[in-house]
Design a protein around this ligand. Structure first.
Ligand SMILES: [Fe+2]
Ligand SMILES: [Fe+2]
Length: 168
């Protein structure tokens, strides 16, 4: 069993991951409307990944005998000034999520919940990867600036990413 406090904190993270998915899906649509199809595809994969993160936590809560409480998912921002602005927001958002994951680990340690602590380590590592991959895109987008030829070249590269269900 997990404590009520841990259960509540994990449910909040399910919501945060679903919000991330929703935010990225909206960004994917924005890119599609701009015919930046590589970015659109990349963001769609990102949205799928966030959904899989939510489900990973959802499954863990059930496995530990906790209860699921689904709540309202906040409406995400959907107006953006440029591709760079979107990518910057993804980077900011991932940094925020890393903070949430760290807070969850703090709760697990405080509750002496070793099982949840071990479970959360996957997310700690995942955040390192996510911050690195979006950081890379952000640096390139900054270098490109207003050069549309550069942006289309990056767009073509962004199309290469595919969704892979992580092995468990
Ligand atoms: Fe996530
Ligand atoms: Fe993420």
């Amino acid at each position: 069993m997990i404590s009520d406090k841990m259960n509540k904190a994990l449910n909040e993270q399910v919501n945060a991951e679903l919000f991330s998915s929703y935010l990225y899906l909206g960004m994917s649509a924005w890119f599609s409307e701009k015919s930046l199809n590589g970015f659109a595809s990349w963001m769609r994969v990102q949205a799928q990944e966030e959904m899989s993160h939510a489900m990973k936590i959802y499954n863990f809560i059930l496995e530990r005998g906790g209860n699921i409480q689904l709540t309202t998912i906040e409406k995400p921002e959907s107006e953006w000034g440029s591709p760079l602005e979107v990518v910057q927001e993804v980077a900011n958002h991932e940094a925020k999520v890393t903070g949430l994951v760290n807070d969850l680990v703090d709760v697990a340690l405080e509750q002496r919940d070793h099982a949840t602590n071990i479970f959360l380590q996957w997310f700690v590592t995942e955040q390192v990867e996510e911050e690195a991959s979006v950081g890379d895109v952000l640096e390139r987008a900054k270098m490109i600036g207003d050069d549309s030829a550069g942006m289309f070249a990056l767009d073509m590269e962004m199309a290469k990413r595919e969704f892979t269900e992580d092995e468990e």
